[in-house]
Structure formats: structure tokens, C-alpha cells
Ligand binder design. Structure first.
Ligand code: SR1
Ligand code: MG
Length: 409
């Protein structure tokens, strides 16, 4: 009999006991410590470490509701999905995700590699740090995990069995509501608009019928387009980084969805990093260093994704019809269209909706925050409405620059 034979939500002391009893990792008399280290919206993340050696582990547990609010009742099956995905991602993109040591379906938890020598990328970006390998690493991760799980590469029956294994209705519902529905009408009264921007948002977002129609079309694409096994929440808070290493974490939202959902999230969250630097950096050379790096990275993420996608296509695509001349270009242009749309959707929902980003909310000067939000929301409308117009990274950056120009005096 063990106290871990039946599910309960663990506290640090329980996690310490769990690590000692269930993981084949620490000496029996090791002096262990444990702490909750996560501040995410969904799960509980703990670190357990041996105070006398350098051994440590991360234990992540899924509770019956989201950590952010009991209003989100969620299946604990999301830990099974996360564990399976991390293992698969490690095969497809070796070295770019943490190693999983154990999955426990009773306690709905998993034990994985401790990445404490890395930092959460959003936190580092708030300090205006730059990462030279990021564009290369994230595009390798996206091309390998996305293209290689599509019908153009996989046997269609095997792909369908993955679609079934990764069906993730409750986490998808969060995205459907928070990303696709609520930013356009405040249907659930959960939006969190910065008060000085409320009238502007009411007129320019809720009041924009063309935008609402395009969001509706995109929602139904998200619901029905089982294109690839996507991460599903690929923002800078889901990335651990240091100068020479990038690790993508937290794939609990993974399911078969549109590739552009992942690529668009990356572009949008880089734009948030830019908006924070633009609003808070006053020293000219610091601005040039940091904003220049973010701009270059936005362009590189799109362009490197496209060039690696083309190469991986030539190396991996076997499906007869996918080899028809012109098909690859048609397929990739669809991904870029979806990337632009999701860039806009993510920007809108993180400014207006329930789950916001510190890049924007920590801008202390109210006037600067109002301006940063309007820059983001105006660019977002362009990304969504003109999503057919994007073929390269410079076009993405130009939409940001054009929006900035509208709010410069
Ligand atoms: C209720 S969860 C809110 C948000 O946190 C996650 O990280 C996802 O981005 C989700 O939309
Ligand atoms: Mg997360």
C-alpha cells in the first residue's frame, strides 16, 4: 500500500516523498528538497533536488481543474498526452525537448529532465536578453514535428491512429473559447481589457464586423483541419532557453490541428517581445540592439521555416499526389496564410482576453501600454484580414512596422 495508489493533488512535501518512493533516481538516504516552481495556468510543476549531489528532477502534475481557475474542469489525461508527445518530439527533433523519465497514470504526473540551467524565454525577453540560436532551433523543431506528422509524409492509416491517440477535446475547447471566440465579443465576460483601451477595443475590435467574420471562418478551420500533430501552445512561456540550447516544453494542448497555429504563435509572441522593448527601452543603442535582434528573428523564423520545410519535403514526402508539380508551393502558402491569421488571433487574445502576457501587462507607463496594445491590435487585424498576402518573413515584419507608423507622432 502506498499513499500514491490513489490520486490527490500533491504539495511539495508529497512530491518529495513521491520522488523518493517512485523514482529510481536518488540514494535511499539522500537529503532531498522540493518546491513548487511553476506559475503556469494549467498544471503544477515541482522541482526535487538532492542537496548534497547535483541530481534533480522536475515533477509535473495535472489537477482536475486548471491551476488558474476551477472554472476549467479538465481531464487529467492531458499528462498522458504530454508524456507521449514529449517522447515522440524527442524522436522527431532530438535535443529540443526535455527527456521524460516516468509517467504515472494514477497520480497524473510525469517526471522529466530538470532544465534549471535554462530560463523561461518570456522572462529572459522581459530583461531584453537575446538568443542567437533561437530562430534555427525553433524552426528545426517546427519543421520536424509538424511536417513529419502530416499526411504528406505519414502513412494515412498510421496518421489517423495518431489523430485518435491525441484527441484533446477539453484543452482544445480552451483555445476555441479564449483564442477564437471571446476576443471578438466578450461572450463569457472573461475578457480583461486595459480600461484606457476599452472604448478603442469596443469600436475597433468588437465593432469590426469583417474581423468577426474572419475569426469565425478561422475558428472552423481550427476545429476541422487535422493537418499535423501541433504543440498547441507554442508561446515564449513554453520555451526554456540559454545561449546554446533551446528546449520546448508544455505540450499539453497538443492535438492534430493546423500547422499555422504553432508558427503563428511564435511570430505573435516575438512581436510582444518587440512591443515590450519598444515601450520600455529608452537608451538608443539598447533599443537598436534588442529591437534589431527581435526584428531579425521574426524574419528568420518565417524564412528559415520555409527553407527547412522545402528541404524536409524533398527528403521525406512519398505520397504520390503530393509530388505533383505546384503542390508543395500550394501547401506551404496555405501554412503561411494560417501563420499570418494565427499571429493576429494570438495578438488579439493576449491583449484583450483572459490569459494575457507579461510583455504587455508589465509596461508600467499607462500611455506607453495603450500605444503598445493599439500597435498590436492594429497589426493583428491586418494579419487576419489580409492573411493571403504573406509569403516571407519581411512581409510579417512590415505589418508590424506599418502599424507602428500609425501610432508615431
Ligand atoms: C485557462 S488556460 C489559459 C491559457 O494558458 C495556456 O498556456 C494557454 O495559452 C491557454 O489559452
Ligand atoms: Mg503552458
Amino acid at each position: 500500500m502506498s499513499k500514491f495508489d490513489q490520486f490527490f493533488v500533491m504539495k511539495p512535501a508529497d512530491v518529495l516523498e513521491y520522488a523518493r518512493e517512485k523514482l529510481d533516481m536518488f540514494e535511499p538516504n539522500a537529503k532531498l528538497s522540493a518546491a513548487e516552481i511553476g506559475d503556469g495556468n494549467i498544471n503544477y510543476i515541482f522541482r526535487v533536488w538532492d542537496t548534497e549531489s547535483n541530481k534533480s528532477v522536475i515533477i509535473k502534475q495535472a489537477g482536475p481543474t486548471a491551476r488558474i481557475s476551477d472554472a476549467f474542469v479538465l481531464s487529467t489525461d492531458r499528462t498522458r498526452i504530454e508524456t507521449d508527445i514529449l517522447k515522440l518530439e524527442n524522436e522527431l527533433a532530438p535535443g529540443l525537448v526535455p527527456i521524460v523519465y516516468k509517467y504515472d497514470d494514477v497520480m497524473s504526473c510525469c517526471a522529466m529532465e530538470d532544465l534549471s540551467d535554462h530560463v523561461i524565454m518570456r522572462t529572459a525577453l522581459l530583461e531584453h536578453k537575446t538568443f542567437p540560436l533561437f530562430a534555427d532551433d525553433i524552426t528545426t523543431f517546427m519543421v520536424n514535428t509538424l511536417l513529419l506528422t502530416t499526411d504528406v509524409v505519414m502513412d494515412h492509416k498510421k496518421k489517423k491512429s495518431l489523430v485518435k491517440n491525441y484527441i484533446n477535446p477539453e484543452l482544445c475547447e480552451i483555445t476555441e473559447d479564449l483564442v477564437y471566440t471571446e476576443p471578438y465579443n466578450d461572450f463569457n465576460k472573461r475578457n480583461n481589457v486595459f480600461p484606457p483601451n476599452l472604448q478603442w477595443v469596443t469600436e475597433n475590435v468588437y465593432g469590426d464586423a469583417e474581423l468577426r467574420l474572419e475569426a469565425a471562418k478561422l475558428k472552423f478551420d481550427f476545429l476541422a483541419n487535422s493537418q499535423a500533430l501541433i504543440h498547441g501552445d507554442l508561446h515564449t512561456g513554453s520555451i526554456f532557453i540559454k545561449q546554446d540550447s533551446t528546449k520546448i516544453i508544455d505540450p499539453e494542448f497538443a492535438f492534430y490541428g493546423p500547422i499555422g497555429y504553432d508558427t503563428g504563435n511564435i511570430v505573435a509572441n516575438l512581436i510582444f517581445a518587440w512591443a515590450n522593448g519598444d515601450a520600455t527601452l529608452t537608451d538608443e543603442s539598447e533599443r537598436a540592439r534588442y529591437l534589431g535582434w527581435v526584428e531579425k528573428t521574426i524574419v528568420e523564423v518565417v524564412d528559415m521555416f520555409c527553407s527547412k520545410f522545402d528541404k524536409a519535403w524533398d527528403e521525406n514526402v512519398n505520397e504520390l499526389l503530393a509530388k505533383e508539380p505546384g503542390f508543395r508551393q500550394w501547401y506551404l502558402s496555405g501554412i503561411l496564410r494560417d501563420t499570418a491569421a494565427v499571429t493576429g488571433l494570438e495578438m488579439n487574445r493576449r491583449v484583450i482576453g483572459l490569459a494575457q502576457v507579461k510583455d504587455i501587462t508589465t509596461i508600467a507607463d499607462a500611455k506607453a501600454r495603450v500605444r503598445a496594445e493599439r500597435i498590436c491590435l492594429t497589426a493583428a487585424k491586418e494579419f487576419i484580414k489580409r492573411r493571403d498576402n504573406y509569403q516571407n518573413g519581411t512581409q510579417f515584419l512590415n505589418t508590424l512596422k506599418n502599424s507602428v507608423a500609425l501610432f508615431s507622432n
